[in-house]
Write a protein that binds this ligand. Structure first.
Ligand SMILES: Cc1ncc(COP(=O)(O)O)c(C=O)c1O
Length: 398
């Protein structure tokens, strides 16, 4: 008799990719990318890009320019900085978690002087602190306020309109830059209405694409700052990019097949309607929290008004290692859950519930978590999946 193969590649059924990005790529998007690469200087390509830019603007909530770089999100962070700020400029940033910390490190490497407001990685940016820091800056030395909208390492969402209001109350001219990397296309976001100057995003989260595209949406004020200065730059230069984009082209070879995918993903978001997409994420997040509470485990986010609609970070009971649990869920159920990042390593696991996702994917995910907790010997109460199902099958709107 043959023994059962042990490799994951021989498994049947689909891998559950429940990390908070990269997210599951819908079949429609995969099929859209499965095409020959075309001449990126030909008319068919220009039509594709112009369509993509048109489709992206409503997702950011802007009528202004959106730039697409062949890059990860980190590249889009860098583009935001090098176009608008120069070495030695002071900026205000907030320690909301690992990604805020990494953006700060990048800013410092580029020579910015960062005022980094410490945080406990369990809540978002406090608008009162923003207002107080800016009110103290009577010389207007702070050139930018830089905030992560949805902290993917913690599952905490900062309320950006309240940050805008704080800046306005302080009557401060700083640029507002927002990392929307794990919020765009999943959580309500309004670049123009919220007075954001640079929104930073990428492809592999709410846009349901593979990694490989970094995005910036920019305000007139940010464009003016770029025209007047910024840092030495070439690859990330907005001006060069925008000049080429006007006619549907890029200053260098773009990620053609990802753009096919982006066109399809934008069509899917349009068909569902953004309000329905946001409501779906909020609903799946609440169902997930119902499960976590029923298990008797603690949600990392300490402020209910800041619960993330796209992921839930769950704290491990003392003395239990999140990595042992995650490894059990992977080897037994072929499900990837998010790792604890930075100072949360081993202390939390993260359930991604964003992108191409529905009620039954969530129930399967939570089933894997509940069984994984049992297998890994993590103390918990049963009934989390049932609590989520009760919520999902109740009268909550779809
Ligand atoms: C909020 C946030 N910002 C920035 C990044 C960095 O993006 P990338 O890994 O694509 O460079 C991530 C990645 O997960 C993120 O979640």
């Amino acid at each position: 008799m043959q023994s059962a193969p042990k490799t994951t590649s021989a498994r049947s059924g689909r891998h559950f990719l429940q990390i908070p990005g990269p997210t599951n790529v819908p079949d429609r998007v995969l099929r859209a990318m499965d095409r020959p690469t075309i001449d990126h200087r030909g008319p068919e390509f220009a039509k594709l890009t112009l369509e993509v830019f048109e489709g992206l603007r409503p997702v950011f909530g802007t009528r202004g320019p959106v730039l697409i770089f062949p890059s990860s999100g980190t590249g889009a962070w860098e583009a935001a900085i090098v176009n608008t700020l120069k070495a030695g400029d002071r900026v205000l940033m907030f320690e909301t978690g690992q990604f805020a910390t990494l953006w700060k490190r990048l800013a410092e490497r580029l020579g910015l002087a960062v005022d980094f407001v410490p945080g406990d990685w369990r809540r978002g940016v406090d608008p009162a602190v923003v207002e107080a820091r800016l009110a103290d800056d009577r010389q207007g030395a702070i050139r930018a306020v830089m905030v992560v909208h949805n902290e993917t390492s913690t599952g905490v969402t900062t309320r950006i309109p309240s940050i805008r209001q704080a800046i306005d109350r302080a009557r401060h001219p700083a640029l507002l830059m927002v990392d929307t990397i794990s919020s765009l296309g999943s959580i309500d976001y309004r670049h123009a209405d919220w007075g954001v100057d640079v929104s930073v995003a990428c492809s592999q989260k709410g846009l349901m694409l593979p990694p490989g595209l970094g995005l910036n949406a920019v305000s007139d004020k940010a464009l003016a700052a770029a025209r007047q200065g910024g840092m030495p730059r070439s690859y990330w230069d907005w001006e060069d990019m925008l000049k080429n984009n006007t006619s549907g082209f890029f200053p260098y070879t773009p990620a053609t097949n990802l753009l096919y995918g982006l066109r399809e993903a934008l069509a899917m978001l349009r068909e569902q309607g953004l309000p329905a997409v946001f409501a779906r994420h909020a609903r799946h997040a609440e169902a997930t929290r119902c499960a976590v509470r029923a298990w008797g485990l603690e949600i990392l986010c300490a402020e209910p008004a800041e619960y993330s609609p796209v992921l839930t970070a769950v704290m491990m009971p003392a003395g239990h290692d999140a990595e042992t649990f995650r490894a059990a869920a992977l080897s037994r159920f072929d499900m990837s859950l998010g790792v604890g990042l930075g100072r949360l390593a081993g202390k939390v696991f993260r359930i991604g519930h964003l992108g191409d996702f529905n009620d039954l994917t969530l129930v399967g995910t939570l089933g894997g978590v509940e069984m994984g907790l049992a297998i890994a010997g993590v103390p918990h109460r049963p009934g989390g999946v049932q609590a989520a199902m009760t919520f999902l099958s109740g009268d909550a709107p779809l």
